[in-house]
Write a protein that binds this ligand. Structure first.
Ligand code: GH3
Ligand code: MG
Ligand code: MG
Ligand code: MG
Length: 322
């Protein structure tokens, strides 16, 4: 299963990943109204292996940054147009998401200590004096690009780990960690907006017998295919969770009592029709709906759906109880 393999590969990679501190190249934006300067700096950057895009003022720069991911922005202190180099730097820091921490290097002909301090205090990552010394510019640029790329990589791994921690390995559905973190939030949202929210608990019938008769691997196959069936009926905002074993939960925002009854019945029939792992598999469905404007806590709602499953079990299985 993709998710299992992915996790194993990922853990191995994390263990093996010797960070390569060699300087990296990247995509650079150079902002200066002086065309000669632009030609010189861009050729230095490009000779060092990076890509250099240029523009002449801060406004243009902001538009380019909004459309591209740059690994480094180099800005002249003085610029034509409304934004100076430092204004552009501040505008970048106020952008949403990752862009706000794009490394920025400021170039200035004035090299007194007050100017250098001003630039760094405004949040520039580095400073280079004019006339620019090629070797210095390149090494400073590459240091910033390298740091940025390493940081991006750590962020990416963090995000991947977060996703894996909330995903069930066997079925690639969400797991209980996800439930604990997100279910109360979804419920609070529904209550705040006075919209319906339905829960559906599904417990496969006599699953132990499937394992006993056909083996654990075949049982696993059933679980994976059932998960796919559950996913197939989910809209974008719905959440399908494997609670454990052969028990699943669907969280259905904006789904009325009538809607969830229909959906559970649809799923019950789909299970019969699909025959996961070529076996006759049925499920017991317990559903509950918090109608818009009402208040409840998640565990009470869940208990109601879970108790409905017990009732389905007690009254013959392969049925939906509200
Ligand atoms: P009921 O209709 O009352 O729900 O009966 P049941 O057999 O489905 O319920 P029970 O709780 O007795 O058994 C659940 C079984 O699910 C027992 C356990 O071995 C099996 N199971 C739990 N997790 C997994 C899994 O990851 N893979 C497989 N193949 N089986 C699992
Ligand atoms: Mg059981
Ligand atoms: Mg069961
Ligand atoms: Mg069970």
């Amino acid at each position: 299963r993709a998710n299992t393999v992915e996790l194993e590969t990922f853990i191995r990679e994390l263990a093996d990943s010797d960070v390569d501190y060699q300087q990296m190249s990247g995509k650079v934006l150079f902002i200066d109204d002086d065309r000669t300067m632009t030609a010189i700096i861009c050729s230095m950057i490009e000779a060092s292996g990076s890509e250099c895009i240029s523009c002449t003022n801060g406004e243009e720069a902001m538009a380019l940054i909004a459309d591209n991911h740059f690994d480094l922005v180099i800005a002249d202190y003085f610029l034509d147009g409304k934004l100076t180099g430092l204004d552009t730097l501040l505008a970048i820091r106020q952008m949403g998401g990752k862009r706000a921490r794009t490394p920025v290097m400021v170039i200035s002909a004035q090299t007194d200590v007050e100017r250098r301090i001003e630039i760094l205090k405004k949040g520039a990552n580095d400073y280079v004096a004019k006339p620019v010394v090629e070797e210095e510019l390149v090494v400073r640029a590459n240091n910033l690009i390298t740091q940025k790329k390493l940081f991006d990589r750590v962020e990416e791994q963090r995000e991947q780990l977060r996703n894996m921690a909330m995903t069930d390995q066997l079925t690639a559905l969400y797991n209980r960690h996800f439930l604990v973190e997100f279910a109360p939030k979804r419920l609070a949202e529904a209550m705040r907006h006075k919209t319906d929210l339905s829960l559906m608990v599904v417990d496969l019938d006599h699953f132990k017998a499937i394992n006993d008769t056909h083996g654990h691997d075949r049982g696993d196959q059933v679980l994976r295919e059932v998960a796919d069936i559950l996913k197939s009926v989910c809209r974008k905002e719905d959440m399908a969770i494997r609670l454990g074993g052969e028990e699943f939960l669907l969280i259905l925002p904006h789904c009325s009592a009538e809607g969830v009854i229909k959906k559970a019945e649809e799923l019950r029939l789909l299970l019969l029709k699909t025959r996961p792992a070529r076996l006759d598999v049925t499920g017991s469905f317990g559903i509950t709906c918090l109608e818009g404007g009402n208040q409840a806590d998640f565990s009470d709602l869940f208990t109601a759906a879970d108790e409905a499953v017990y009732e389905a079990k007690d009254t013959g299985r392969n049925k939906v109880i509200f």
